[in-house]
Write a protein that binds this ligand. Structure first.
Ligand SMILES: Cc1cc2nc3c(=O)[nH]c(=O)nc-3n(C[C@H](O)[C@H](O)[C@H](O)COP(=O)(O)OP(=O)(O)OC[C@H]3O[C@@H](n4cnc5c(N)ncnc54)[C@H](O)[C@@H]3O)c2cc1C
Ligand SMILES: NC(=O)c1ccc[n+]([C@@H]2O[C@H](COP(=O)([O-])OP(=O)(O)OC[C@H]3O[C@@H](n4cnc5c(N)ncnc54)[C@H](O)[C@@H]3O)[C@@H](O)[C@H]2O)c1
Length: 492
């Protein structure tokens, strides 16, 4: 839509940012009959499509293919030397993006009934904004501007043209030596991907372990796996400065050590994108971390403006952004007060092995919680496929409801979906044991963990009393049948 046309009427909902949250928010609002304008300043599809989930999973697919080919010998299959064609791998990543892009395009949005425009939105008042300077009035707005890579304050960093998850996808070839700064989800996924593609990777994490928010045992398993892939994992390593010429250089660490690189990739977290939005003019408050303050219905401090996705500071996942976009748009258009529930947000690090978790932490469960752990080495499917690295851990409360889970292993993300349903719906271990599970799958360990909890119920004091009572009643009935001398039992 040309800028001049933006101000012809008041929009029921002005949606700012066409990432996952904005795309879903705009399409839902249009489906509910609202007059919607979705404005994007860069590319429709946002981070997930262009710089996040899609390219990282495509790169990992190539990396895992290379690793599987190298490991094929253990199955008696010989493939010879594995050669990675860097430009071809990166081209395949871009191809995956191009294949998905039409789903998120302006055409697709307009087909759903919303209008679209290109430009940067800036609020000029509580119900007024500009798109690249052209005025646009709105009854309500939905802020979906996402988050951007954080850059650490490190002397010399800017001199080596550091890569971020925004820019790494523009490489034309793989570097020989890569230093990855930060061992969170992005650093682990990309560190493993590049290492499996033959790059010499040094992963530098300032904290004392990888994946700080996850079960410590899961982080240990992943650290061992990365080291086996050839990643030089440095934990508790605070970087102090960078020296370099052009793009090559050396990262110096507080312990006196360092790591040389051809490229440096920064993955130390993300900050909400709020610069230049004019949030003060709109009366939209932000928190100390820069995220937009929202209530549990995703309404900002301006009751006419809602927010969804990464910009809220809620867990930064595409599925959260999608659920947010839907919920905020529905609340805005229909005047509802549906609340966002963050108690069962699933998270998956798509490394090999995958690390997947949901709900309460499994590493340090509360006092009234029981933990059941099943190692993957006891799962027949994992043994058959020689992929036994990992475990499943369930946290169960006093009423045997599944409250949290960690799954480490192949296809952990897929296995986690059942446990996400269990946590979000308050299902018990007897619900899980009562549902037949196909054999053999990587979900066997979670079924066995649920069975272990259920068995615990049978061997508890009340369980033992109930079983004894049933056994005695059965004996009495059989004795009665015997005494009658009847051939036809009275009992089943
Ligand atoms: C490397 C990496 C891998 C990831 N992998 C996964 C994964 O496997 N699974 C998962 O669930 N999540 C993953 N994520 C996280 C996921 O990408 C984000 O949580 C998700 O994309 C957030 O969506 P959003 O709609 O909130 O924001 P975004 O997708 O960032 O969209 C915001 C949009 O707003 C636009 N914008 C900003 N300011 C303005 C303005 N003033 N005017 C107009 N437009 C504006 C931006 O250009 C952008 O397009 C990954 C992230 C990274 C970095
Ligand atoms: N598979 C997925 O779903 C996926 C993949 C990638 C990213 N994401 C999302 O994006 C978010 C951001 O990911 P991320 O990995 O950039 O951030 P993160 O916050 O998950 O991890 C950043 C890591 O960098 C470390 N760090 C911070 N400053 C450092 C420094 N100066 N030197 C060395 N280490 C330092 C931190 O201790 C932390 O371990 C994630 O929280 C996640 O929500 C999701």
């Amino acid at each position: 839509m040309p800028p001049a046309a933006l101000d012809r009427a008041r929009w029921d909902l002005l949606v700012v940012g066409a990432g996952t949250a904005g795309l879903i928010g705009a399409q839902i609002a249009a489906a509910l009959g609202a007059r919607v304008l979705l404005v994007e300043r860069e590319r429709f599809g946002g981070d997930c499509l262009w710089t996040g989930c899609v390219p990282s999973k495509a790169l990992l697919a190539a990396a895992h293919a290379a690793a599987d080919a190298r490991a094929a010998e253990r199955y008696g299959v010989h493939v010879g030397d594995v050669r990675v064609d860097g430009p071809a791998v990166l081209a395949a990543v871009r191809q995956a993006i191009e294949t998905i892009a039409p789903v998120d395009s302006p055409d697709a949005v307009r087909a759903s009934g919303a209008e679209t425009a290109s430009g940067s939105v800036r609020f000029t008042g509580a119900t007024r904004a500009e798109v690249d300077g052209a005025p646009a009035r709105f009854r309500q707005a939905l802020l979906c501007t996402g988050s951007a890579p954080r850059m650490p304050d490190l002397t010399g960093l800017a001199d080596v043209d550091p890569l971020t998850t925004d820019s790494v996808w523009s490489l034309s070839d793989l570097p020989d030596r890569l230093v990855v700064l930060g061992g969170g989800t992005s650093g682990c996924e990309l560190g493993q991907a590049f290492a499996r593609l033959g790059v010499h990777v040094t992963l530098v994490e300032a904290g004392d372990r990888l994946l700080a928010g996850e079960d410590p045992r899961a982080a240990e398993v992943l650290t061992e796996a990365l080291r086996r892939d050839g990643v030089d994992v440095r934990l508790g390593s605070a970087p102090v400065r960078v020296t370099g010429d052009g793009r090559q250089g050396r990262l110096h660490l507080a312990d006196g050590g360092g790591a040389d690189f051809d490229r440096l990739l920064v993955t130390v977290g993300r900050d909400p994108r709020i610069q230049g939005l004019g949030l003060d003019a709109a009366g939209v408050a932000t928190g100390e971390d820069g995220s937009v303050v929202v209530d549990d219905a995703l309404r900002t401090t301006n009751p006419r403006i809602w927010a969804a996705g990464d910009v809220t500071g809620h867990p930064a996942f595409t599925h959260v952004a999608g659920v947010h976009g839907n919920l905020a748009a529905t609340n805005a258009v229909l005047g509802l007060r549906r609340r966002v529930d963050l108690s069962a947000v699933p998270r998956v690090t798509f490394t090999r092995p995958e690390v997947a978790a949901v709900g309460e932490p499994t590493g340090e469960p509360g006092a009234d919680r029981r933990v059941h752990t099943q190692p993957l080495r006891r799962a027949d499917r994992a043994i058959a496929e020689q992929s036994t690295e990992g475990f499943t851990r369930l946290v169960v409360d006093g009423r045997h409801r599944v409250r949290g889970a960690t799954v480490v292993g192949p296809r952990a993300g897929e296995a986690l979906t059942e446990l996400t349903l269990a946590v979000s719906r308050g299902l018990t271990t007897s619900h899980l044991t009562g549902a037949m599970h196909p054999y053999p799958t990587y979900a066997d360990p979670q079924w066995n963990a649920a069975i272990a909890d259920y068995r615990g119920r049978l061997t508890s004091r009340s369980g033992r009393i109930a079983l004894t009572a049933l056994r005695l009643a059965r004996r009495v009935r059989l004795a009665l049948d015997d005494r009658r001398g009847s051939d036809t039992p009275t009992t089943a």
